[in-house]
Design a binder for this molecule. Sequence first.
Ligand code: HEC
Length: 154
Amino acid sequence: MSEQNKFWKSSRRIYRFLIVVCVLALVSGIVIFYLNHDDIDSDENGEKQYTTFSDDDPNRIENGIHVRTGLTDAPGLQETVANCTSCHSAKLVMQNRMSAERWHATIRWMQETQNLWPLGANEAIIVNYLTTNYPPKNKGRRETLVGVDWYELK
Ligand code: HEC
């Protein structure tokens, strides 16, 4: 065999080897991709899992609760949702159980300092909704004293 013949034979062998390596890499890449993919969207039984967004009604009520905000379904709910849940969570509203007087004061404070818009006739509806459905609880701590005639200790 001539020197040249030998050279071509070995380069063909290298060429074939490289092709096999490339094909193997491609195939294993595809296999790994699909294995990982199945992992992500199948549950342990191999069932395909799809994320569904069935909550297309933002005002769905379930068991008397407005699902999106957690507020109780009662007269005044829509006014409260529309005016009181766009800046902060409804939880902040629910957890603050206040008297009507303190609600009006809190609303005034938000209007003066937090850009809350004028509520017009809705203010009475909202405060009525809040005091009816989230009445002040009995407090474990006494109220702040008011109208006390304090004097300076000498
Ligand atoms: C324009 C925005 C905005 C709107 C609308 C809004 N608030 Fe607020 N509210 C705020 C901000 C800002 C705070 C302060 C939040 C904080 O301290 O993290 C706040 C605080 C509160 C607090 C806590 C007050 C405290 O003493 O800690 C309550 C309760 C509250 N809001 C109720 C309501 C109610 C009820 C409505 C509907 C009438 C409403 N908010 C609508 C901006 C708003």
